[in-house]
Write a protein that binds this ligand. Structure first.
Ligand SMILES: [Zn+2]
Ligand SMILES: [Zn+2]
Length: 169
């Protein structure tokens, strides 16, 4: 689905692909990524003067993640753009300049694994549903956004005592 036909790309000089990767696609297995609906991927590949393949990828969709304070599922839009360069291994250079290696005789270039890896790096695993999320009570575990519990005391946090002392001086 996200496979570039390299001989065709070399012949035509450019190639584009549009695909929707299903939320259930095996590509996401064990990635820790969850989506609400499919992930739309638009690929524009071209051959650079140096013979490398330059692949511009736009990704749009909605992801699901757990709020790190209250554990509620949160939906967030995804709107990302990546530029990947694929080329043959360059032996003369220590630094590969960010070029991803593709075998000289490769016919198909599957962008799926690269997309998966980039999304794992790019998308924060832990997010907060909202800045003022109260989280869960550390004692009884209730969601403090929804209810209060008896464990929450009004005792001042001892960590602030020093600060308060400074202020009143
Ligand atoms: Zn939350
Ligand atoms: Zn509690």
């Amino acid at each position: 689905m996200l496979t570039l036909d390299l001989p065709r790309l070399e012949r035509d000089g450019a190639l584009s692909i549009e695909a929707t990767v299903s939320r259930d696609d095996p590509l996401w297995n064990d990635s820790g990524l969850r989506f609400d609906g499919g992930v739309e991927v638009a690929v524009q590949a071209s051959v650079a003067g140096t013979g490398e393949f330059v692949v511009r990828v736009e990704v749009a969709g909605r992801r699901l993640a757990e709020c790190r304070r209250c554990a509620e599922t949160v939906q967030r839009p995804i709107d990302l753009e990546f530029i990947w360069v694929f080329g043959e291994p360059r032996e003369e250079q220590e630094d590969d300049g960010g070029v991803r290696v593709v075998a000289a005789d490769a016919v198909d270039l599957d962008l799926g694994p690269v997309l998966r890896e980039e999304l794992i790096l790019e998308l924060d695993r832990w997010i907060v549903c909202r800045a003022e999320c109260e989280g869960l009570c550390p004692s009884c575990g209730v969601n403090l956004n929804e209810m209060t519990c008896d464990c929450s005391s009004d005792e001042p946090d001892p960590r602030w005592d020093a600060l308060r002392a400074l202020k009143t001086e």
